[in-house]
Design a protein around this ligand. Sequence first.
Ligand code: PEP
Ligand code: MN
Length: 367
Amino acid sequence: MEQTLEFKSISQWGIDLPAGPLVIAGPCSAETEKQVRETAHQVAQQGIKIFRAGIWKPRTRPNTFEGVGVRGLPWLKKVKEDTGMLVATEVANQKHAYEALKHGVDILWIGARTTANPFAVQEIATAISGADVPVLIKNPVNPEVDLWIGAIERFYEVGFRKLGAIHRGFSTYEKTSYRNIPLWQAPIELGRRLKGLPILVDPSHICGHRELRRVSQKALDLNYDGLIIETHHDPDHALSDAMQQITPAALSTLLSSLKFREVKTSNLEFRHTLETLRHQIDELDDELLDVLQKRMSIVETIGKYKKDNNVTILQPDRWDEIIMQMNKKGTDRNLSEKFIELLFTAIHQESINKQNTIMNNGESFAK
Ligand code: PEP
Ligand code: MN
């Protein structure tokens, strides 16, 4: 049983923000003073109130751009003076955290690679305890909700109450259409266990490309508190994460295409629960399709193998055995015999069609 932690909601952070979900925007990295200034001015014109820019960049491989470091901090200060926006940056050790605070950075975030390292998290939390700044904690690179919660607790324990989480997806060995798969169950579980914790979603790092609409809309449908979106005045020439950064104009198009939930609804709790459950079903349906796709590709391999060895496609004994076993397993899982039979007959039929195609050299005779 989790102890109950009392988090401040974003509206209690003492920041003047428009109603509705919070949007943080700005480049992956601060690169030059000019790039920061131009991006910030354009972003501010879209009504954004919090500007992000990475000063220290933990990169996967050495000899890539690792951020401009301390000399970029005055650029952020200038952004504050010129645009009135607040500024946020990532800190990965206590030196970063001291420097950021010394230069007036308003909001700190802990990156995914740092969240996965409890010593680093503790070092930062202890070093800056007493600082009254919001700290946003990205999920660890691996889908371990306890590690994410642990990092949040380390800040809570030294007195931080303006805390938030950022869901930025999880790395995976499998090739998917995401850079970091969202595994929405994880932030849902986080929200269930740490009630009242503001949660933002980072569609840029989830997607890894510029088509952010679907993931952003999903975040809003799941009632999360905001979005953090990598925005660059010239994304094609960005020094990090060029593929996923969008222009301030594209940010504006994106934001106006999103359907924002009306805040006042008599039955928000009900709608939230329903949507959470529906999204869980959507995720499972996607998994079902992935599993079916994998099954069919094995079926095709077998088809080729049978062809090379001159074996017929239909092997009734094997099929009878599958149906019998599935019926037994289905019963154990509370699935009716009728359903199992329908489901596996359809799967079997599709498998035969696939193998037929292979036997006939790519020409399908399937009805
Ligand atoms: C970033 O926000 O630019 C970043 C490095 O993100 P993450 O820690 O999620 O990889
Ligand atoms: Mn980035």
